[in-house]
Design a protein around this ligand. Structure first.
Ligand code: NI
Length: 181
């Protein structure tokens, strides 16, 4: 088990466009995925992207059954997704509160597509093609943005809805227990 430090906003490594993975089912890839899953679990994240632990590769992991940081969110199946491509299924977008393990202690209201299809590969190189909506779709869009060097504040429409969890909760803007992702 290896829980690795998560890079934080301000580290230039989070702003890079990551490279495609070309070799599947290697010992190095499996080790990296294991470290990402360990780190995500230790930090109670809903997802984690490879660049957040310093690997410039197009690889994300996400999913949870019951995440205390997202008490109202439906379960999302644990997914390992390589070289992902997202296609919105329609133009509908909705605002939702997001956090990021690279932006600890803060939350922002972020518009995301409600309904998406995403494709990619599993660690063995088998193709993945799935549809997602709601919070599941939001997590996929958030994690895949990391692969293009985009953090959620860069997606916000109004920075007036960006703040510290405590203050957002005390003022009633953010409902529920602290959540950090
Ligand atoms: Ni993030």
């Amino acid at each position: 088990m290896a829980v690795l430090p998560v890079l934080r906003m301000g580290d230039p490594a989070l702003l890079l466009r990551c490279n495609q993975i070309t070799e599947f089912d290697t010992a190095e890839l499996h080790q990296l995925i294991e470290d990402m899953l360990d780190t995500m679990a230790a930090e109670k994240g809903a997802g984690l992207a490879a660049p957040q632990i310093g690997h410039k590769l197009r690889l994300v992991v996400f999913g949870f059954e019951d995440n205390p940081r997202y008490p109202d969110a439906d379960a999302v199946p644990k997914t390992i997704l390589i070289n992902p491509v997202i296609t919105p299924l329609d133009e509908t977008m909705e605002d939702g509160w997001e956090g990021c393990l690279s932006v600890p202690g803060l939350r922002g209201l972020v518009p995301r597509y409600c309904n998406i299809e995403y494709t990619g590969f599993d660690p063995s190189g088998n193709p993945i093609k799935l549809r997602a909506s709601g919070f599941h779709a939001r997590v996929v869009q958030h994690e895949c943005d990391h692969l293009d060097g985009i953090l959620y504040p860069q997606r916000m429409a109004d920075l007036a809805h960006f703040g510290y969890i405590d203050e957002l909760q005390q003022s009633g803007q953010l409902i529920g227990p602290p959540r950090d992702d």
